[in-house]
Every structure is written in C-alpha cells, then in structure tokens.
Design a protein around this ligand. Sequence first.
Ligand code: PLP
Length: 368
Amino acid sequence: MQFVDLYAQYLSIKPEIDQEMAAVIAESAFVRGPYVDRFEQEFAEKVGTKHCVSCANGTDAIYVAMKALGLRPGDEVITTANSWIATSETITQAGGRVVFCDTESDFFNIDPVAIESKITNRTRGIIPVHLYGQPADMDPILEIAKRHNLWVIEDCAQAHLAVYKGRTVGTMGDAATFSFYPGKNLGAMGDAGALVTSRDDIAEFSALYARHGGKGNHVMEGINSRLDGLHAAILSVKLRHLDQWTAARQSRAAVYDRLLQGVGDIITPAVRSGGSHVYHLYVIRTKHRDSLRDWLGARSIPTVINYPRPLPLYQAYDYLGHTAADFPVAVSHADEILSLPIYPELSDSEIGTVVTAIRAFFSGIGAP
Ligand SMILES: *Cc1c(COP(=O)(O)O)cnc(C)c1O
C-alpha cells in the first residue's frame, strides 16, 4: 500500500494526459504560452475569482501575493502555528515579521480568538491556512481583518474546491494561493502553483512581478516564477476530473469515519458545519500515536505526521523565543496526529486493511 498513489491517477487518465503533453511538445509551448493562459482562465473560473496568476510553485505564490499587497520591512503578518513552513518563510522573504497563532482544538486551523491578541500597530495581514483540506473559520477572521484594516491571503495549498459556509476557498481573502505540487489534490508532474484574486491591482502587480517585472518593459524588478506549458496542460486535464476526485476523497474519508468509530481512543477528523472538507490528508488523533505508527509501519501501512512540531518550535524560529506554553493546542495536537493513506483511487479493501490493523493494535494494548 502507498500513502499516495500518483501512478494510479495517471493510469486512470493516461490517454488524455499523453495527448496533451504531445501537443505541448509539438508546439514547443514550454514556458508560458497558450496552455498556461488556458489553465489560468479555467482555474480562475473553477474557483470563482476574476484572475489567476500562475507561478512556479505554491510557495512563490504566497510570496508574490505579499509583494503585491505592498509588505514593507518590519510589517507583521499573523499566521498559524500548524502548517508547512512555506506559509511562514515567505513572510520573512517578503520582508515581514512572522507572528504565530495557536490553533483551534477541533479543526487544526488558526484560532480566530487567538488572532486578536496578536494584533499591533505593525500588523498588516493575516494568512489563514485551510489545513488538510478543511477551511479555516473565515467569518471571524475576515471580521477581525476588516475591523483592523488588514489584508487576508488564504493559503489554499491543501484545499482545492473546499467550501466554507457556501463559499469556495480562495474567494474570501484579498488573494489566495494554491500549490499544484504532485501530491496535492490538484497536482502537476513537478512543481507548480498559482495565486487567485478578484482584485485587479493584485493580479496586475503579480503578473508583472512574477515575470521579471514585465516582459519587454520592466516597470520594476521582479522574480522568475513561471508555470511550464507541460504542467499547465496536465493541470487542465486534471482539473476536469477534480470534482470527481474530490468526491472520491470525501467518500474514502466517510468509509474511514464509519469503520474507525469507537476504535480505541481515536478521534476522526471533524468537519465544520456549513462547509466541506476535501481531505488532502485524513488526520486522526490518538494518545498512542507513536506506537500505533510503528505497529502500522511494521505491517507495511505507510503513515505520515503532518506536522511533527508546531512551526514556531523549529530551530528556524528560535529567534522568536517561543516555548511550548505559547501554543498549547498546537503542541498537544502535534503529539497525537497521524495521517492515514488517502487518495481518490484508494479502495474499500485497502481501507479495510488499514482499519483491521488499527483495531488489532487497540485490542492488543487493551482498548484504552
Ligand atoms: C504545499 C504547501 C505550500 C507550498 O506549495 P509548494 O507548491 O510546495 O511550494 C504552502 N502551504 C501549504 C499549507 C502547503 O501544504
């Protein structure tokens, strides 16, 4: 069994992918070009924003969005203690200061209540992450942002097409960023990313900034962060299947939810009411995490810990001087979370194998 099986996904759409890749090669449309333009249009339309500016990866998209929003040295940006480091390192890259917040006890996302106490007169924006595929609690976040005149960038890297109270993620902030890293819910065959926005000023700046400050007429210095034609063509093909794959992830999660009910001390992922979870990761909690993980590993069942430590407690952030006591919720989750295999092609019988092994583990330790 694999944690994610990208080859199975390729095989399910091989003729479409092969045909599109051959077309890109025949036209030598390798960097930017018609396939990139087409994907940008299709993706903006799918998410429900006016613009999409593709980038070389999802990390660049966050960085470019902050440059577009005019971040200045010393400006503070608030984000979550539980994410991939791309969310926070880009704040520093863009010249800002990272301010971490603790997370919600049930949903693993930034705790809106914790945000308010972190706001200073240097705060410029908030970057909520829709972690694991579950939307952050956007209403209170947007309300706080409005009251303090802050921008919001949604980090949607793990949450393509997830819905918060009837709104698709990516449509709520000033801008939103996506990763198309191969293992993400919509993945290229290499690095790729994009930012989406309905603000013309952000789209215009970003499209220039990510392409050396403008082709032909450099109105500013920028960076080189372009989407390749092959990846764009692959993403266009996969985008047609994304609704179906998202539904498959949700049905895989529902099978886990049902079979794991009442097994040991396992807490299955909660879903916020009025929205949807798109299960980039299926993350359970148990006090016996490490021994369960070893047990499953010994039975060739791969699991991952996303993430082993809250970001502020990594060496990279020693300079902020945080201790575990600053992020009690994120710290307690970090010792309990375990991501089980999930992807659209995962079969019922494979889920059965995982759950049978988990049940055997808990009967062995005497069902806590
Ligand atoms: C994957 C990811 C990113 C970065 O995307 P890349 O395409 O790998 O650069 C940013 N934020 C989160 C939460 C991610 O999971």
